[in-house]
Design a protein around this ligand. Structure first.
Ligand code: C5P
Length: 262
């Protein structure tokens, strides 16, 4: 693994949602998804890392610069979590949760100001998805193996010409193991809590840093230690510590790496 350290003490936060292409999550065809993965030469860049490392913002910006599609895989887990909370589905009711992951009508659309909006069954749930309660529930439902395999199939359908930038926890290790570039983006838990705090406040959502730090630490623990698809750098990944880097600096580093491989 290659490790890239940040030198510039710029803690500019990873807040700005970038414009993303409109991507529809089309009905699942497991056979063709597997076949197209095997045959496809469509380039994929994966950006994995813990909560609040800025990977969503970076992945979206890199996708825009390259004219690639963008997959925010965490949003899929969050949608399933939100739907389960709305429908009072018990977290232990695996069958019902897996069915939600299979059938949820998820759509990404571009909002009026260019940012990405997520729709569940035609309803805009973008704001709800960012709630800590939803993120927390997402990291618990994400430990269910059958649910992950339903979402695995759906995620691979995002791989379309001219290319894809996908962010999450297991993009490089499980979903797109043949990606041309795998980035593992990290930052200290304290900096990630500060970033999340600013992000929520900017969106008019109340939050306190101590609570966010505790949530982030608990979620890291769960994501790193779960049995299936734990959060870990792929062996062939490039590690970037964004603690002291601005968004632009990280985007430039990723594009430099990508430039050598596309
Ligand atoms: O990235 P985000 O914070 O939106 O993800 C919410 C949760 O979904 C994570 O804490 C993680 O447990 C889960 N997740 C996952 N695999 C992914 C993306 C997200 O397990 N590829």
């Amino acid at each position: 693994m290659t490790v890239v350290q940040g030198e510039v003490a710029d803690r500019q936060t990873a807040q700005t949602e970038q414009a993303r292409p409109v991507i529809r999550n089309t009905p699942v065809d497991k056979k063709s998804a597997t076949q197209s993965r095997r045959k496809s030469a469509v380039p994929v860049i994966t950006i994995d890392g813990p909560s609040g490392s800025g990977k969503g913002t970076i992945a979206s910006a890199v996708a825009e610069q390259l004219g690639f599609h963008f997959l925010d895989s965490g949003a899929l887990y969050r949608v399933v979590a939100l739907a389960s909370l709305k429908n009072n589905i018990d977290e232990h009711n695996t069958m019902a949760l897996v069915e939600l992951a299979r059938s949820a009508e998820i759509e990404f659309r571009r909002g009026a100001d260019g940012d990405s909006q997520v729709f569940l069954s035609g309803q805009n749930v973008t704001r709800d998805l960012r709630r800590e309660e939803v993120g927390d529930c997402a990291s618990r439902v994400a430990t269910i193996p059958k649910l992950r395999s339903e979402l695995l199939t759906r995620q691979r359908l995002w791989r379309k010409p001219p290319g894809l930038v996908a962010d999450g926890r297991d993009m490089g290790t499980v979903i797109f193991p043949d990606a041309i570039l795998k980035i593992y983006l990290t930052a200290s838990a304290e900096i990630r809590a500060e970033r999340r705090h600013k992000q929520l406040i900017d969106k008019g959502i109340e939050a306190n840093i101590a609570g966010l730090l505790a949530d982030i630490t608990a979620r890291d623990e769960r994501d790193h230690n779960r049995e299936i698809a734990p959060l870990k750098p792929a062996e062939d990944s490039v590690m970037i510590d964004s603690s002291a880097l601005s968004i632009e600096e990280v985007v430039t580093k990723v594009l430099d790496f990508a430039g050598n491989r596309i």
